[in-house]
Design a protein around this ligand. Structure first.
Ligand code: PMV
Length: 289
């Protein structure tokens, strides 16, 4: 038996624009998913296509037990976390000796397959290595870790990443003269944000600008806007949609002393808040049981 866990993630800057070759910044966050893999001859069928694919691609058989602190399908990277933790546990249990790089690559291939080709390596890379990651055209680089105090607001409004990516693609096709400059601006905000990662006030302002640009792309939602405004009014440095939008989650950057207040204000609107900060570990082995 082997148990491994992996963290969730938030997109701090650049979602959607990253699909158009602009830089993006994502950060691993504290809530984790833990997966126990046990060698068994005739395992019960699993319900997750991600886990199915982990076993199929490694050619081994086993049972899995998952414990998750991450809400699924909310843009917090739970499928990537489940996939990397499962691969790490399989590698450990069956002595396959996968490196972190191999786990990140294999997990990306699995996400891509399960999601019909629509996946960026962001989630699988961030959850494997932890920390803050800058994604640029074809490359991924870890940025120096920062202890950012974040409050995530889950609207509990279901959303589909594939649909939102498709929506932006259609808008891009119809109105390239409008959408291209928005993508350029998001890229510029991300580049600016990288220079002020340790200046929370400036960083918060960058988040606000990024949010306005995401709304201009049509990936906002009234429930997200409400939470973004609530967080700012309660004292956040800045707040924005995180991930694909159209529902799902937003993220607020807060002064340390204000995070409980911001979370409370968000919960009072009917959302589900998560107070969190950076995870710098990525996948890790856990005690079994
Ligand atoms: O909703 P999430 O966290 O899976 O983020 C999607 C981010 C996009 O930029 C919209 C797509 C991608 O694969 O990068």
């Amino acid at each position: 038996m082997a148990t491994w866990s992996a963290p969730g993630k938030v997109f701090l800057f650049g979602e959607h624009a990253v699909v158009y070759g602009k830089p993006g910044v994502a950060m691993a966050i504290r809530p984790r998913v833990a997966v126990t893999v046990r060698r068994v001859k005739n395992p019960a069928p699993v319900r997750s296509p991600y886990i199915d694919e982990c076993f199929r691609s490694t050619g081994v058989q086993g049972s899995v037990y998952i414990r998750s602190q991450l809400p699924s399908s909310s843009g917090l990277g739970s499928s990537a976390a489940v996939t990397t933790a499962t691969l790490a546990a399989i590698s450990d249990e069956f002595g396959l000796g996968f490196t972190k790089d191999e786990i990140a690559e294999r997990a990306f291939a699995i996400e891509k397959k399960v999601q019909n080709g629509r996946a960026s390596p962001t989630d699988t890379y961030v959850t494997t290595f932890g920390g803050i990651v800058l994604i640029t055209k074809g490359s991924k680089r870890r940025l120096p870790p920062q202890s950012l105090h974040l409050v995530i607001g889950n609207t509990l409004v279901p959303h589909s990443t594939a649909k939102m990516v498709e929506h932006v693609a259609q808008m891009h096709q119809k109105h390239p003269a409008i959408v291209n400059p928005i993508m350029d601006s998001i890229g510029a905000v991300t580049t600016q944000a990288i220079k002020c990662m340790n200046k929370p006030q400036q960083l918060g302002h960058c988040m606000d600008v990024n949010n306005a640009l995401l709304e201009a792309l049509g990936v906002g939602h009234p429930a997200l806007s409400k939470l973004v405004l609530t967080a700012r009014a309660a004292g956040a440095f800045g707040a924005k949609v995180t991930g694909a939008g159209g529902g799902g989650c937003m993220v607020a950057l807060c002064p340390k002393h204000a995070k409980n207040w911001v979370a409370g204000a968000m919960d009072a609107t009917g959302a589900k808040s998560i107070i969190t900060t950076i995870d710098t570990t990525g996948i890790r082995k856990e005690k079994d049981g």
